[in-house]
Structure formats: structure tokens, C-alpha cells
Write a protein that binds this ligand. Structure first.
Ligand code: SF4
Length: 447
């Protein structure tokens, strides 16, 4: 597939990743703690199982490319204090939701959850088991920094019941690792992945990033080769979002070393063809999964879902996020926690939820959310799922058809293999908030 450079330039725009619709910049500060409490109270009325996300914010050091809300510490007592506050927040959430509510999915992200000592991991886990009831088939998953993982830690996590572990690999080339301030030799990653298997993890995920400084097609193909040899169950291949105005530490990255749009495109194309040729299913935008992995099965059965945690098999009516900056999606309302430690802490220590903004979905929002999910998960948009004016959307999609990104069938728009690379651009046409966000909200590049 030869892709003209003009096509890449035309679609290389700033745009959302659509882990939610409406996206966070469209949310309002008028959605406050009371509004979030109301959402939790509404969720109390049904018995739908919950997905829970805990943001464990601390890392040992900051990677230059980091786009997460992360703080650094070397002091266990700093982590203890964060856990004290997390426990306070959980108490408030449970007071609204009711005790012993069923949980089908618990994910710990960050930050670096495995910065916690074994005792802290056990303590944090108990915070959840004491307040929630886990389904028999609950999925427990954790993000892990291979540099901090140990055999003992892996055994502790398995003993707690974690079955899925995601390792931040990013890139295994020493030159790239130096340019992004994260040194982790391939042997270290290989060793810890083998140890995870020995410990009994059934789901091993690797996270890669393309678009990093000093990355070349040759260097990234070596990273992919090593990643494939590790036989992960899933791979996420994210595009690096360089937004130093929002993430000042990204100024440590030398912009002149960043790959241009054409190279970025080639890096992702390389990953997509290498993983699919090796038998992985390409999931939605940027994930790859073994054909027998639940994510690949869900995509085949058109049950795939996407939320703040990325692609998931569980539509989960309610997602509860706890910790600094965590996002909840409860009873048709989004709510985000205060992203700064002091503000989040002051709220929860005074018995309040730390809601800083949110959004209650309108009927139009729901229809657009469903349409975007359809594109992101099923790679098509049936005409009867198009919100608003079909003729107007069709006219705009005719431009995409000319460029080979979609075909317009009798009853739907279907994304072509080339169109998969521009999925975010296709979704942007459905986003009614986007025009007002131009120049205000800062999104990553779509290519
Ligand atoms: S380990 Fe992850 S969360 Fe922590 S600084 Fe690095 S990229 Fe950010």
C-alpha cells in the first residue's frame, strides 16, 4: 500500500483519541461534587457490575515523554500517605454507592503501581476487597514498570489474584531510550516477561510508543522483533503525543530529533503489518491481540468497547475512577477528579469527593458517542446509527471516499484498510464540540 505524502499531510491534525465522547475539554466545571454524588446515587439504584480504576500516581523517576498524571518519589511514606487518602476517597464513594457492590474489573494504573512495596500492594488490594464484592470472573489487571518488577512482587500480585499485567516497554533501542530518559535493556524486559509467565500471569501486555525521538524504521523494527519474540497476549502501540505546553517536562525532548509525519506514519504501519503478519488481530485504533485473546474474540463478535482504560471486553455500565485526576463514567455522566495532589488531598481529607469537572450526556451526546464507538470498535458506521443529518455527513465522507479511507455502501460507511490509519479523523466529523475547541484545547496529532 503506497500512501502519498500529501494524504498524510492532509490528515495530520490535532485531534482527540476518543476514549470518551464528549472529550474532556468539552466538560464543565459546573459539574461538581454534588453532581457526581447524584450520579453515584443513581448508579446505586441498579445492580450493574462495576469497572474500577485506581490511579496510583507515583513513579521512581519521570520519563521525558510521559503524558500521564504522574509524580515522583523515593519515599515509601509518601506513597503511604497517598494510600491513606485513596482509602478516604473510597469510603466516600462507597457511602454513595453502597457497600459490597459487585466489581467485574479492577485496574491499577498510574503512575507506576508496582512502585508500591509488597506490603503496600497487599494493603491497597484489601482497601478494595473490604468495600466491594468481586465477581467470580473478575478481571484484575495492573500496569507495571519492568525496571521495578521483581519475581517476589509478581508472586505477590498473582497471590492477590491479578491475572493481567501490562509492561511499559515503549522502545528497546538504547539510543531512543537515552533520548527519552528511560533506560531498560531488552534483556531486563525479556527476563521479567519470562518471570511473569512463570508466576502464572495469563495475560501479558506490552505497551509500545511510536513517534519518539531518534526512532527510525530500522530501530523500531528491531523493537517489534524483540516484542514479538516475547509472545505477548496483547500489544498497545500508542503514538507519542508531544504537547510541551501542557507537559513541561517534555521540553527535555529535543524536538529536532522527533520523526516527521511521514516517518511516524511508517513506524505505525510497520507495527501494524508486523503484528498482523505474526497472527495478531488488529484491534480498533492501535491495539493488537492474539486471535484467542478475549479482546480479539470480542472484536469478532462485535462486543468490543472503548473507555478511559482503552479497549475492553466489558461495556460496564459504570466505571468508577479513584485517585488524583481519575475519571468516572457513571449513570451517563462523566466526572474528573482534581489533577493536583494538594487539591485532591484537601477534598478527600475533608470528607469530599474531589470532582473538578464533568459532563452529563444529552441524547445527542449519547447518539454521537455510540456512532464514534461503532467506528472505533467495528470499523463501520451504519446509516441508521448516524446522529443528525445523514446527507451532510455523507457529503463530508465522500471526501474520505475519494481519498480511499472509506467506502460508502448501500446502508453504511465502511472503513478501508487505509482508513484504519486515519480513524480519529473519521470520528472527528461526528464531534459537534470540536469546532469550538480549535485553538483552545490541545490534542495530540492524529497521524
Ligand atoms: S513510568 Fe509511566 S507514568 Fe511514570 S513517568 Fe514514566 S511514562 Fe510517566
Amino acid at each position: 500500500m503506497r500512501v502519498p505524502v500529501e494524504l498524510i499531510a492532509r490528515y495530520d491534525k490535532a485531534g482527540p483519541r476518543y476514549t470518551s465522547y464528549p472529550t474532556v475539554p468539552a466538560w464543565s466545571a459546573s459539574f461538581d461534587e454534588n453532581a457526581h454524588r447524584e450520579a453515584l446515587a443513581a448508579a446505586r439504584a441498579d445492580d450493574a457490575p462495576l469497572a474500577v480504576y485506581a490511579h496510583l500516581v507515583y513513579c521512581a523517576q519521570k520519563c521525558f515523554y510521559c503524558g500521564c498524571n504522574a509524580l515522583t518519589t523515593r519515599h515509601p511514606e509518601t506513597v503511604d500517605r497517598y494510600l491513606d487518602d485513596l482509602e478516604r476517597e473510597l469510603d466516600i464513594v462507597v457511602e454513595c454507592l453502597g457497600r459490597a457492590r459487585r466489581v467485574a474489573q479492577l485496574h491499577w494504573g498510574g503512575g507506576t503501581p508496582n512502585l508500591l512495596s509488597d506490603a503496600q500492594l497487599v494493603r491497597t488490594f484489601a482497601m478494595f476487597t473490604e468495600r466491594f464484592r468481586f465477581s467470580d470472573d473478575v478481571e484484575l489487571s495492573i500496569e507495571s514498570d519492568p525496571r521495578l518488577a521483581t519475581r517476589e512482587q509478581l508472586r505477590t500480585l498473582r497471590a492477590l489474584g491479578f491475572t493481567r499485567i501490562s509492561f511499559g516497554v515503549q522502545d528497546l533501542d538504547p539510543v531512543v531510550q537515552k533520548a527519552v530518559g528511560r533506560i531498560q535493556p531488552a534483556e531486563l524486559v525479556e527476563d521479567i516477561v519470562a518471570a511473569s509467565r512463570e508466576a502464572g500471569f495469563r495475560g501479558i501486555n506490552l505497551d509500545l510508543i511510536y513517534g519518539l525521538p531518534r526512532q527510525t524504521v530500522e530501530s523500531f523494527s528491531r523493537t517489534i522483533e524483540i516484542a514479538l519474540a516475547l509472545a505477548p497476549d496483547r500489544v498497545a502501540c500508542f503514538g507519542y503525543a508531544h504537547i510541551p505546553t501542557q507537559r513541561p517536562h517534555q521540553r527535555l525532548i529535543d524536538e529536532s530529533q522527533l520523526p516527521d509525519a511521514r516517518t511516524r506514519f511508517e513506524l505505525f504501519r510497520l507495527a501494524a503489518s508486523a503484528f498482523t503478519e505474526a497472527g495478531y488481530a488488529w484491534i480498533g485504533l492501535d491495539h493488537f491481540a492474539r486471535e484467542d485473546d478475549p479482546l480479539a474474540v470480542a472484536q469478532r463478535e462485535r462486543r468490543l468497547h472503548r473507555n478511559f482504560m482503552g479497549y475492553t471486553t466489558m461495556p460496564g455500565r459504570h466505571l468508577i475512577g479513584v485517585g488524583m485526576s481519575a475519571i468516572s463514567d457513571v449513570a451517563g455522566r462523566f466526572a474528573q477528579n482534581e489533577p493536583a495532589l494538594a487539591g485532591w488531598r484537601a477534598s478527600v481529607e475533608s470528607g469530599h469527593l474531589a470532582t473538578i469537572k464533568g459532563h452529563r450526556l444529552s441524547d445527542d451526546d449519547r447518539a454521537r458517542q455510540a456512532a464514534i464507538l461503532h467506528l472505533m470498535c467495528n470499523l463501520e458506521l451504519p446509516f441508521d446509527a448516524v446522529p443528525g443529518d445523514l446527507a451532510a455527513l455523507r457529503e463530508r465522507y465522500e471526501g474520505f471516499e475519494k481519498d480511499g479511507l472509506v467506502t460508502i455502501e448501500a446502508d453504511r460507511f465502511a472503513v478501508t484498510p487505509l482508513g484504519r490509519f486515519f480513524l480519529r479523523n473519521l470520528c472527528m466529523e461526528l464531534d459537534t464540540y470540536l469546532p469550538a475547541q480549535k485553538g483552545v484545547a490541545r490534542f495530540s496529532r492524529t497521524v
